[in-house]
Each structure stands twice: as C-alpha cells, then as structure tokens.
Design a protein around this ligand. Sequence first.
Ligand code: NCD
Length: 301
Amino acid sequence: MSAKRLIDIDGLSLDLIETILERAVALSQGAEPFAQTHTVANVFFEPSTRTRVSFEMAATRLGLRVINLDGERSSITKGESVLDTLKTLHAMGVELAVLRHEQTGICHELMDELPPGLGLINAGDGCGHHPTQALLDAATLIAQGVDLPTAKVVICGDLRHSRVARSNVALLTRLGVGEIGLAGPEALMPAMGSDFEGIKRFEDLDSALANADVVMMLRVQKERMDAAHGGLDWADYHQHWGLTAERLAKAKPDCWVMHPGPMNRGVELSADVADGPRSLILTQVRMSVFTRMAIFEALLS
Ligand code: NCD
C-alpha cells in the first residue's frame, strides 16, 4: 500500500481536512492520543524553531520513534541528493518524512520518485506551500471560537514570498471562510496569475483592518528577497505596514492577531501588539503540537 502524503492543501480532501482540525481541537482539550509505533524523520534543510520542534514534540507525545536529520550536517553537504537521502532513511526503517527545504516545489517533484511505502509531509518548500501551518492556524481559530463561515480574515505583509499565505488562502477558501483579504506593499504582493488570483486586495493596512475579525501578519522574509525586492527601508515599512496598538485600536475590539513566527518585532508588528491581549501568536505555537499530532494520526493510521 502507498504511504500517505501531505504536500499542499489542494491535495487534501475536505473530509481529511475536517478530521484533522476536529482532532487537533479535541487533543488540545485533553483527548487521549492514539498510540503509534511507527518511525518518522524530521528532515530540515532550512532553519526552523517552532515547526521542527513541534513535529518532534507531536511525534514524541504519540509514542512515535523520531529521527532528526539536520540537513546542514548530513551527506547532502557531500553532494547527495534529497531523494537519495530520503531513500536512505526509508531503507533504515523510516516510514514518514517531514521535509523542509528552500527549493520551491521540491515536494511535488519528489512525490513520484519516492519509495511507495514512504510518507511525506511538506513542512515548507521555498516560497511554495506550508500546509501544516495553515491547518494549525485554522485549528487555532476554531479552538478560539471564531465562526469561520462569517469571519473576515486579512493576511498582511510580505505576501510575495509567503508559503504560509498561499496555504492559508487555499485552506480558508476550502473551509468557506466569510471573506479573505490581502494587504501589503506593491513590491511584496504576489505575482498576478498566482494562487492569490481573485482574492480581495486592500491598498493600505487601515482599510484592511476595518471590519476584520482576524489579521494574520506575515514576516518580511529578508532571506528570500532578490535585488528587486531587497531594498526595503524597515522603518518606512513599519510606518506604513506595521501593526501597532494605535492601528489595531481602529479594528473591531475583538479582532484577533496572528503571526506564524518568527517575528521581526518593530517591523511587521510592534512588541505591544505581539504581546497584547488580542495576540494568538503563542496559542498558534501551542496548537501546532496538537495539529501535528492529528496529522501524524491521520497519515499513519
Ligand atoms: C514560517 C515559515 O517558515 O514558512 N514560519 C513557520 O513555519 N512557523 C513563516 C516565516 O518563516 O516567516
């Protein structure tokens, strides 16, 4: 039997999405995890704190055996391909690999080449997709009691480089969220003809915030910027696109603030907003463990 793969939101049935979200919320409310006996590997070729550790924590809580391979210290540095690395891990008994890589589209490319018995979870591919982040963001909102069918969600900041935004737009659309809006400087808006086609765009942060129930702020991804987009003035960015307490005061009083982390405090949002009463940032981190447990359960059962 072929192992299961989680590569992007479009590849998931609505049934599976709903199962994962319901289970993540149940686990966060104390449901017993299903004990697992499989072996999984975290294979990370990009720096990561919360995604890598939460996958490890989720695996540990389920009783899975977990191997952590740090790409920078693996035989990749000797020229081995990612495909050969994954085949090698599978030959040793790894049944599911969680992969993060800077190359956009790498998980889609690997799909047909992998041994049929090896499962794969995309933990972020370049500027491509980050489906487990979108799932944990949705689980956070559901656990928080947000009514998705009526909720207005705006995603703001560096949309051009954001796999988080792409996966969130795909998932929120599948879940039939009330309204999705995008806002960010022109230079950091996603290319036309992309997965963001047809989504409402706001000219400035204040109009995006008016009437929003949820604002997802995105990190300015300095490491992905080429010469054309790298010349941003951070103080200027903060002045125009930074979420400050003063700006947030213009939104609905119960508007939630999210950020996938890591944050650039003082750039895309100010410290008082990040640490303030409307911030769900650490709730997202907490829900990331339960959501990734639910994902492991769904893919390994
Ligand atoms: C994001 C990522 O790596 O794509 N962070 C995360 O996974 N929690 C967002 C980012 O790096 O800005």
